[in-house]
Design a protein around this ligand. Structure first.
Ligand code: NDP
Ligand SMILES: O=C(O)C1=N[C@H](C(=O)O)C[C@H](O)C1
Length: 244
């Protein structure tokens, strides 16, 4: 049995993870950790092997540091970690000889959408991303949108058409935020869990790629898979697609 600790266990995602691990074979919940608990002690006394983290960026980084120092493998879905944070975590994995997985999205359909986008970007350089989430999401743009923009930027061979130099925003933010040269628009509304649309435009044609998470169970097969494969991880893995 893989012993799993969950940080943010009372949150929207954390509570779903607890249910999914309890229903899965070959793993068990040994600790449910909330803000204010002593994480190092909880990991030590529960003998946890894996820590699943769905919290907030500031907490996630601190939790990852503690888990790695305790030789517990962090499996992290929390969005908003910066490239500098990832570099630090990569170094800590080496220092403590312990692996870590950070996955901006655990839904298999969303991973496919990102991979299809990278493929399309080889031929269609003009692209924008619209991500749509529930009204309680605190970070923007979403981790998924950031990773998608990174994948598009890495795959893109052509040069996107520059925006007209005379363009100006009468209302700040109207044209979206630039992430690795890709405009990203963040929508926050009740009625959404997590959706993303990637729109490629070209002469006389348009390609839209869209994924919708209709509820949070959509992320659970990916979380369970990551726990199952945790023992085979080496160093920092960024993206669940590396485990498929
Ligand atoms: N990778 C993926 O597939 C997905 C990622 N996410 C990401 O997961 C994160 C959480 O989302 P969501 O569940 O909706 O958010 P919630 O606000 O519902 O849950 C976060 C929970 O973490 C708790 N918390 C904060 N700091 C700590 C800490 N140091 N130790 C333990 N618990 C802590 C909060 O407690 P309190 O309320 O007391 O502050 C809260 O219960 C977000 O970053 C989101 O973007 C979400 C869905 C899918
Ligand atoms: O906060 C959420 O809900 C989600 N966060 C992740 C992100 O920022 O990409 C993953 C998914 O979009 C749901």
């Amino acid at each position: 049995m893989i012993k799993v600790a969950v940080t943010g266990a009372l949150g929207r995602m954390g509570s779903e993870v607890v249910r999914a691990v309890q229903a899965a074979e070959g793993m068990e919940i040994v600790a449910q950790i909330e803000l204010g608990d002593n994480l190092a002690d909880e990991l030590k006394y529960s003998d946890a092997q894996v820590m699943v983290d769905f919290t907030i960026p500031a907490s996630a980084l601190a939790n990852i540091r503690t888990a790695l120092a305790s030789k517990v493998i962090p499996i992290v879905g929390t969005s908003g970690l910066s490239p500098a944070d990832l570099d630090e975590i990569r170094g800590l994995c080496e220092t403590h000889q312990t692996a870590c997985l950070i996955a901006p999205n655990f839904a298999i359909g969303a991973l496919l959408m990102m991979q299809f986008a990278a493929q399309a970007a080889k031929y269609l350089p003009d692209v924008e991303i619209i991500e749509l989430h529930h009204e309680k999401k605190v970070d923007a743009p979403s981790g998924t949108a950031v990773k998608t923009a990174q994948m598009i930027a890495a795959a893109r061979t052509g040069t996107p058409i520059p925006r007209p130099e005379t363009a100006f925003e009468s209302h700040a933010g109207a044209t979206g935020a630039e992430v690795d040269g890709v405009p990203v628009h963040s929508v926050r509304l009740p009625g959404f869990v997590a959706s993303q649309e990637i729109i490629f435009g070209a002469q006389g044609q348009r390609l839209s790629l869209r994924h919708d998470s209709l509820d949070r169970t959509s992320f659970m097969p990916g979380v369970v898979l990551a726990i199952q494969k945790s023992a085979s991880l080496k160093g920092l893995t960024y993206g669940l697609e590396n485990l498929l």
